[in-house]
Design a protein around this ligand. Sequence first.
Ligand SMILES: NC(=O)c1ccc[n+]([C@@H]2O[C@H](COP(=O)([O-])OP(=O)(O)OC[C@H]3O[C@@H](n4cnc5c(N)ncnc54)[C@H](OP(=O)(O)O)[C@@H]3O)[C@@H](O)[C@H]2O)c1
Length: 326
Amino acid sequence: MGTFVVFGGTGFVGRSIVHHLCAAGHRVVVPTRSLEKAAALKVSGHVGQVTPVAFDLFRASEATLQTLLRGVDGVVNTVGILSPKRLFNALHVQWPKTLATACGYLGVKHLVHISALGVSPSSKSAYAASKARGEQGVLSIFPRASILRPSVIFGPNDGFLGKFAKMASFSPFLPLIGGGKTRFQPVFVRDVAEAVLTVMTHDRCEGQVFSLGGPNVLSFRDILRAIVKTTGQDVRFLPLPFFVASALGWVLQTLPRPPLTADQVILLKSDNVVPANTKTFGDLGILPTSMLPMLPELLQGYVRGGRWGIPHPAMTDTETFLHAHL
Ligand SMILES: NC(=O)c1ccc[n+]([C@@H]2O[C@H](COP(=O)([O-])OP(=O)(O)OC[C@H]3O[C@@H](n4cnc5c(N)ncnc54)[C@H](OP(=O)(O)O)[C@@H]3O)[C@@H](O)[C@H]2O)c1
């Protein structure tokens, strides 16, 4: 049993990583701005297995960070944002470097940094460019770090399927940005967490970059169609040229929690699939999960007419019976 620190452990991906580390019998420390948000993580393990710690990465001193990391077996950094753009440099570039410096100074054995598929320092997307510079910073300071680059991640309470399923529940249209041709390789959040655990516990993964994609390549249009089919919503697709989506993004990104930003539209202009000649789930001995068969379970809260609204082919016999007789 080891002790691991997960920065960003209260987030969508972080929660799954914390669950996985707990299930493997490790102790997990979760530094967070919100102890209230982190309290829910305590049930991920036995009493005392998860320890949330108040931490603000903008204000924490070097000494505070070192106190947190002293003697731990591994560190995961899954802090990241899609907006606002003004914080990209601080959170995606400076913070990983600060963390890598502290890990190097203290001789932490493993550092896993969560990046994203398709990042490049020359990307026109500020998100992708900042994530790429973050990776470079981490590896230059802590060459033994492992970098994970997932495609879009799905799972319970994700901000991807859930966002469009929710939109489909109240809007007569779903936007097909750029005609919906962008291709993704959706990856299950638990597979990403499994990858973290694997790289964390195998020395052969040190200093390696892994591109994580699910077993299927799907276009944005395919994904929206699957969401609509699963939820039974009566929705039409509205093709939105990139320049229109971009203008919309400029307006929406002024909101506190923007559903779309101009920078995200830039990201959508490139496919988000695992490139050739890269290390993948296969190199970690993990068989990734398909998204489509999981949709009925993941989207049951968005089904038209409620949980029992329409019988779905994936419902069990018991559920179908109940639906017909109640
Ligand atoms: N979700 C995806 O589809 C996807 C795809 C590819 C890559 N990624 C990468 O995966 C990582 C996790 O993504 P996610 O979807 O889990 O994001 P998330 O749910 O928004 O969680 C992000 C975490 O970052 C921390 N954070 C955010 N803003 C912060 C700030 N200003 N100061 C300090 N901490 C801050 C939060 O911690 P506290 O609030 O507890 O402080 C939160 O737990 C990110 O690096 C992202 O780039 C995600």
